[in-house]
Write a new protein. Structure first.
Length: 479
């Protein structure tokens, strides 16, 4: 065994949870739920196989070489194996621990080290820089630079999958949800909190005498707020109408999911500690997430910070209060939604589960209940809706071949639904489904939307109808 492999083996022995490794009974129930095993048929590409590799490497029975690292990287991290496991093995924790050990011993090249540090430390945790990135992307999209880049063939310098992903990117924003909300002139007030921080408080849309259902802290995210600002705005509007007071702590930061997936657990813990403190100071009853990946990361802060004697209990309380927005909407006041039409016909939708929303947060029925609450909408269940779409954070960038194979299988099922709209509840899944629709040549037949935006579209139909009624009443009065 080489010196570097021996060092990694020792690191794995220290990092991996020995109890979880031995909990695996090797029954194989996880295999049929694993996309990479289904695609390759290789034992090593299954959760059971990867756990065996981890244990053998930690025990010094296997050299953790390049092939070992490749199998750890090939895992999507969708965690569909966890609900299927009769022994309740925490596979997601094991794969992150393995990646943490690998990252600490990996001889990354200088450019890769620089890129990782730039993205994970210099960009995602800083909301101002994310807004700047969104503004630059917005400039690229709207100034003619995008058209120029395509005409000059500059995009041809990038791999095909990156060119295809660039084509389906949403219109970026350079403001973020707080600035957008204030710019719209919608009800809100600023509150000071301990430490000199501030938070924006948005009242529930209720009569003066009515009490809010609850005080909800909105987790705005980093990529979510830069690329999907409108979805965050729609989230607040829906929560207000459902009877919730919404609080946005300015001190919150990135959830740390990408850091944990990349093996940078120390950074993930630092970000988790900051978010726990920010929402504790906010005095909220719960924390709302509209991104399945972020929500799952927030939901596991208790595990991430369990070794910190000062933060363990606050992290446990925080994690217990994390809710997906669809759960809150399903429990709140009924929304004034109106029927949607597509070319004069009833809208048919299908729903792709976010892996982390389903497998980690264990949220399955609330999104479907909210879809069913839109009058007249037909929901056609998607075959293998619980199977990963291949997005998995930045997996579609780092593992484009496997990602596209998983996606192509998904799109075969999507096409058979003949839906007008494909809904999901996670930004990464949304971009992946947009990419899939484009790859399958279905852009004229269907679109992909975040579920929150779909509900907001139904809400806007109601607002438009109310406006028409007001105009008719105004006209009748003049006559």
């Amino acid at each position: 065994m080489t010196t570097s492999a021996k060092s990694l083996s020792e690191k794995l022995k220290l990092t991996l949870d020995a109890d979880q490794l031995t909990n695996c009974m090797r029954c194989g129930f996880c295999q049929t739920s694993c996309p990479t095993f289904e695609e390759t048929g290789l034992e090593a590409a299954s959760p059971r196989g990867r756990i065996a590799l981890m244990k053998a490497a930690a025990d010094g029975m296997l050299e953790p070489d390049a092939a070992f690292r490749q199998q750890m990287d090939l895992c999507l991290g969708c965690r569909a194996c966890e609900p299927a496991c009769p022994s309740d093995v925490k596979y997601g924790q094991l794969i992150e621990q393995a990646r943490e050990a690998i990252a600490s011993e990996q001889p990354y090249s200088r450019p890769v080290k620089l890129l990782r540090r730039l993205a994970l430390e210099g960009l995602f945790p800083h909301h101002g820089r994310m807004r700047l990135l969104g503004g630059l992307l917005r400039l690229y999209q709207r100034s003619g630079l995008r058209t120029l880049a395509r005409r000059l063939g500059i995009l041809g310098l990038f791999p095909q999958h990156m060119r295809e992903m660039e084509a389906v990117l949403p219109d970026a924003a350079g403001d973020g949800v707080i600035r957008r909300w204030e710019r719209l002139g919608l009800p809100a007030r600023w509150e000071a909190v301990s430490g000199g921080d501030r938070q924006l408080v948005i009242p529930a849309a209720l009569d003066a005498a009515a009490k809010p259902v609850a005080r909800v802290g909105l987790f705005r995210g980093c990529i979510m707020d830069a690329l999907f600002t409108e979805t965050n705005v729609h989230t607040i509007k829906l929560l207000r109408l459902a009877g919730y007071e919404v609080v946005i702590p300015a001190a919150q930061t990135c959830c740390g999911a990408l850091h944990a997936h990349a093996g940078e657990k120390a950074s993930a813990r630092r970000l988790a500690a900051r978010n726990v403190a920010a929402f504790a100071a906010a005095g909220v009853d719960c924390v709302a997430s509209n991104a399945g990946g972020c929500g799952a990361s927030l939901k596991e802060y208790d595990h991430l910070l369990h070794g910190d004697p000062q933060l363990a209990e606050p992290a446990r309380r925080f994690a217990a209060g994390v809710r997906d927005v669809t759960e809150l909407l399903a429990e709140g006041r009924p929304l004034p939604l109106k029927p949607l039409r597509a070319d004069g016909e009833q809208v048919t939708v299908t729903y792709q589960d976010s892996c982390h929303l389903r497998n980690v947060m264990r949220v399955q029925s609330p999104p479907r209940r909210m879809i069913a609450s839109v009058p007249g909408v037909r929901l056609r269940e998607l075959q293998e809706a619980d199977r990963c779409c291949g997005s998995a954070g930045i997996y579609n960038l780092t593992q484009p071949d496997m990602s596209s194979r998983v996606l192509d299988r998904k799109m075969e099922h999507v096409e058979r639904t003949r839906a007008n709209v494909v809904l999901t509840a996670n930004p990464g899944c949304l971009l992946q489904m947009k990419w899939g629709i484009a790859r399958a040549g279905l852009t004229q037949q269907m679109e992909a939307l975040h579920l929150v935006d779909f509900l907001a579209r139904s809400l806007q139909e109601n607002e438009a109808e109310q406006g028409r009624r007001d105009a008719v009443r105004s006209g009748s009065g003049r006559s």
